[in-house]
Design a protein around this ligand. Sequence first.
Ligand SMILES: N[C@@H](CCC(=O)N[C@@H](CS)C(=O)NCC(=O)O)C(=O)O
Length: 208
Amino acid sequence: MNRFSVLTGIPEFTKGLVRELRVRWAHEEMGLPYEEIRCPHPETKKAEYLKKQPFGQVPYFTDGEVEIFETGAILLHLALKHNKLLPKDECERAHAFNWMFTALNSVEPFLFHYFMLNSQDPNATEATKTKARETAMGKLRVVANELGEREYFSGSFTIAEIFMTTVLKTAQFQNMLLEHKTLSDYVTRNESRPAFQRALAEHVKLYE
Ligand SMILES: N[C@@H](CCC(=O)N[C@@H](CS)C(=O)NCC(=O)O)C(=O)O
């Protein structure tokens, strides 16, 4: 049985935004059973946990002898092992990889940087925050332009869409999609998938 770590004892505002949701969602889309390993927040910084996830974060993941801890690697492992959520065609598959890494490399770090400055760093100046927001908004403009009126970035629903949706959800949370209706519709459309709804229903139990 696949297992992965999830956080408990974290603030309410993180509901729906924690990266373990990607792993749950992928399992639900692929029809794979899983077990969650609940970890109270301070426990993830202790030596025992750091053996599994050296940054002290969630999730780490195990599938038999496979023990890994990056959501990108976890979803790639699942997609390749089970031959699901990736196109068979080489060119289309390469595009799915491209959009997955766009979400993780070219968009997420900038949204996260702005989030940290804006809400977690009391010493950040207004000028620094404005600059970080502008940079992140620039990334969103590119992404919106690339999606255009299309339904998916990668041509069909692949793991790339799980990454892009969860990354854009953090932009939506920061009111950064107000001028990009196509992106907020994209998030809503993917969130309405039954597999996402099942994953979310399990995730929110962590806050009860
Ligand atoms: N690159 C990692 C990032 C993992 C990550 O940032 N996890 C966050 C939750 S979304 C976490 O555990 N934060 C708590 C902390 O850093 O103490 C991945 O995608 O798996």
